[in-house]
Write a protein that binds this ligand. Sequence first.
Ligand SMILES: Nc1ncnc2c1ncn2[C@@H]1O[C@H](COP(=O)(O)OP(=O)(O)OP(=O)(O)O)[C@@H](O)[C@H]1O
Ligand SMILES: [Mg+2]
Length: 351
Amino acid sequence: MKLKTRLFITFVSVMILPTIFTTVAMYTMDPKQVGEMQQMFLFIIFVTAAFLIFWIYRAVSVPLQKLQEAARNIKEGNLDFELKYEADDEFGQICRDFEEMRQHLKMNAEEKLQYDRENKELISNISHDLKTPITAIKGYVEGIMDGVADTPEKMDRYIKTIYNKANEMNILINELTLYSKIDTNRIPYNFTTISAKNYFDDCAEDLSMELESKGTMFWYHNEMTEDSKIIVDTEQMRRVISNIINNSLKYMDKQPGKIEMTLKDVGDFVQVEIKDNGKGIEAKDLPRIFERFYRTDASRNSSKGGSGIGLSIVKKIVEEHGGNIWATSKIGEGTTMCFVVRKYQEVPIDE
Ligand SMILES: Nc1ncnc2c1ncn2[C@@H]1O[C@H](COP(=O)(O)OP(=O)(O)OP(=O)(O)O)[C@@H](O)[C@H]1O
Ligand SMILES: [Mg+2]
């Protein structure tokens, strides 16, 4: 019951009803009986008032106590409690709002913890990935200084390895710089409205030449029912496609490698699917491949190289285009990467 209603009932019970009864009694009873009635009335008013005050006090004090306890918990940094107070009055509403606020705070605290954990992991991964080529470079340079590379062929091999390792570091640092720029929104997007078909047709043409020269079979299908316009940063979208294709090439374990790209119309979105016949990804890894630094092979010293940043960059770019990305895969059979880009909807101009 609402506090307002409780106060109203109290007012009616303590003030109005006795006044009506007394007035009626004064006109209908003889004066002697009225005196006795008045005494009885006073007693009834006293008991009723006491009961009603207790009734209101309980309605206020119980939720207040719960709120006080909840506020103390939050002050002490404890967010693992539940504020339960089911009543349909004003205090019930405050308690429900307070409980919602606690849940939000808890979610934020957990997100922050997760973010801190990821950052620590990021730093440790970066150190590891940079340390590996540096150790190798140091080893080969020491070899040269100690005269181990005593033939021109050996010297040539040592220098080539040093060059390759330095290149690996350079690629990693460039990727990291790009990732941090994308992550902190420091890359200005240059969006243009273009025909989805024209854009992806061009991409497919470039890809077909590039992949053919590498001995990989490539097909392109356009299943769009009509030509829709999309708003894209053409350069960043190319990066998305080339990252996905590079993965298909990198994790290809069959001869010949086959890659198929399909463009589909799905309501408000244009869907792009890139399917390969590579080694596939285990179901348990699928939801995590878009996390930064996540790689499916446990060892970070894999011969495939790669730092696990590629798909996190792809995800970020697709999301900046109002889209979404996901993958399906079957181990041994291949992987399909799907992403959607929102169509450009022309707003009709009122005449
Ligand atoms: N087409 C694919 N086939 C099989 N596994 C894949 C494929 N694409 C991605 N993966 C798996 O997902 C992981 C994450 O991919 P991502 O592109 O983010 O990182 P990476 O290729 O290891 O490194 P980077 O792209 O930064 O050089 C990869 O390590 C790989 O294990
Ligand atoms: Mg990659």
